[in-house]
Write a protein that binds this ligand. Sequence first.
Ligand SMILES: [Cu+2]
Length: 651
Amino acid sequence: MYYNAAGEKVSRRRWKEMYRAFKNRQELIKAGLDRRALFNMGLLTSAGLLIAKKGLSSRAWADWGGGDCRYGTSGCGNCASPPTTPWTQLMPIPPVKQPIALSSLTGPAPTIAPNTAINPATGIPYEGRTRAHQSPIGSHSALPFPATVVYQVVQQAADVNVSDDLPPQRLWTFDGISPGPTYVAHYGTPILIRNRNLLPSDNGGFGLNSVSTHLHNGHTPSESDGFPCDYFAANQYYDQYYPNQLAGFLSTHQATNGDINEALSTLWYHDHREGFTAQNVYKGLVGSYILFNNLDTGDENTGYHLPSFPNYDIPMLFADRCFDAETGDLVFDTFNIDGILGDKFMVNGVIQPVLHVSPRRYRFRWTNTGPSRFLQLYLTDLTNRSAPQPFWQISNDGNLLPHPIQVPAVALGVAERADVIIDFAQYAGKTIYIENRLNQPNGQGGPTGSVVSGGNGFLMLKIIVDQASVADSSVAPSTNVSFYTLPSVSGSPRITRSFNFDQGRNGEWYVNGRLFSCNTSRFTVQQNSLEQWNLQNGWGWSHPVHVHMEEHQVIRGAPGLYGSSSDDSSNYSRWGSQYCWSGCDNAGESGVNLARKDTVRLVPRSSANIKMRFRDWLGRYPMHCHNVIHEDHSMMIRFDIAPSGDSNTRP
Ligand SMILES: [Cu+2]
C-alpha cells in the first residue's frame, strides 16, 4: 500500500515517481552542490527554490507522505521511511557531562581575548571566537576567569544506533552521542566550556562542519551565546563562558544578585550556524542543560521538593526524522523551505523507545527539538483510550510556573519546553504512552489545529510501570505548591516595536519584509530598559518565535492547547481563538502561556505582544522563527544591545 501526504492511496508507479524525485534531489545534495552552483545551473530560483524540472519540483518530496505511521486521515511526514518495530530499545538518558581540570584542556589555556595565534598543527588560529569575553568577566567576584568549573566537549561524527531496523547512522554529535551529554549547572557557579570542532568536511549529504553552539534560554553574554554568525571552523575551538547568574545581577535596579523570579531550570543547547541550523541540528547537534539553585535543587528532600535528579528527573528531547525508504539512511531535503516533517519519532535519539519506571512521581523535562513539527503531548492508556489522563505542568520553556497546573496535554512548538510531574503510583503495573495527537499533515502548513482521539496519534514513548516501589519524598503538585512569582513587566516600555512574520512571493521567510544578514543590526535595544514587541503573523504558517538572552512575558495573544476532542472538554483556548479572552486566568492554560517564555507560538492570522527587560549583557543577538527551516531561509533578525538604544519602531 502506498500513500501520499494527504493519506490518499497512490499507485506504485506514482510512489516510484516520488521516490525517484527524492533520489534525484538527494543526488544533487550529495554532489555537494551549494545553492550558488544550483542557481548557476538554472536549477534554483533566486529565492532558493528548486525549479520544477526532471522530477525536482520543490513539492515532489513534500507531496510524499504516508508509510506505516499514518494516523487518522492524514499522512504524517514528507517521506516514507522504512518500517521500524517500536519498543525494542530502552530510552537513552544522556550521561551528565563531567568537568575536567583546567590543565587538562586540549590546547592553550583560556584567554579573555580570543586566542588568534596560529596553531602550527593546523595552520589556522587556535580559537574561532572573534570577540573578547565582555566585562565584568574576570573582574567581578561572581565571574572569575577562567571559571572554576571547566568542561571540554568535542563535536565529532559518530555511528549511532537509532533503531534495530535501521543501519547505524553517521550523525554529528557532542562527545560521540546524540543527544549530547547533559550539563548540570548551578546558579552562582559560572562555567567555561571549551567547544572543539572536529567535524569532518565530508558531510555525507548534508550539514556544514562550521558551527556555533547556542545555549537556548541562557542569559548569556553575546560572545558566548552561540550567535548564528559566530561560527567557527573545523580544528578550532571556541571557549564559551556561561555565567549562570540570575537576570538583573548587574542591573542598577535589581537586587545585587539578580531577581530570583528570573531563575531558569530547563535549557537545551543546539547548533545555530547561520543558514545551516536545520541541517546541523537534524544531523544530531543537540543536548540538555539543566540549572539548579537552592530552591529547585535536584533533591526532593530540599527546596521545592521536586523529584530528585537524575533518578526521577529525566530530560526528554523529542524529534522527528526521515529515512531513505531503501537504504534506511537519515535524509534531509535542503530544497524544502517550508518545513520538514519526519515520519519517525525519536525520544533522546532512539525511535519509539521504552522507559521502565517505579510507581511514584517523576519530573520529565520535555523539549521539542524539531526541526519543524509542532507537538501536543498526551498520556494515553491503550486499554482505555478515551479516558483523560491529566498530569501536572510545572514549567514552560525554562521557567517554573507560579504554581503547578493540572493539564490534559502540553502543546510545544519547536524549541518550547515543559517540565511535567506525572505520578505513576496511579499506573502501577500498567503501561502508559506519551502520544502526540496534533494533526499536522504536511510541510505546507502548520498544525491544522485539530487533534485526534486517544490512541490514534503517534505513540512516541512507551512507559512501563514495573519497577520496584520506592520512597517518594517529592511534593504532590495538588497540595497548594507555589514556585517563583512572575517578575514585573508593568510600566511603560521605553519603546514599542512591531515585527511582521511573513512569507515572500518566492517562498522565502521574512521579518518585516527583509531577510537576515549577519552584518546588519536592524535595531538597538537600550540596556536596562523595558521594551514591548508586537509580533504579527501572516496567513499560512505557525511560527514559534524565539528571542535570545532575555525572557519575555506574553501580555496578549498567548495560544493555548490546540483543538478540542472528546477527552479535552475543558475551556482551553482553541485554534483561531487563541487570545486570552476575559475570563481566562492564571489557573488556565492561557495562564500557562502568560508566564515567562523564551519562545512564543504565533498561529496564522494572529499576533502576540510581549514585554521584556534587557539587562546585564551587551552585544548582538537574534530573534527568529524556531522552525529551523524558516530560520535558515531566513526568518531571523539581528538586534544589538547597547548603553543607548534607538527609536526604530518597525525595524
Ligand atoms: Cu516559521
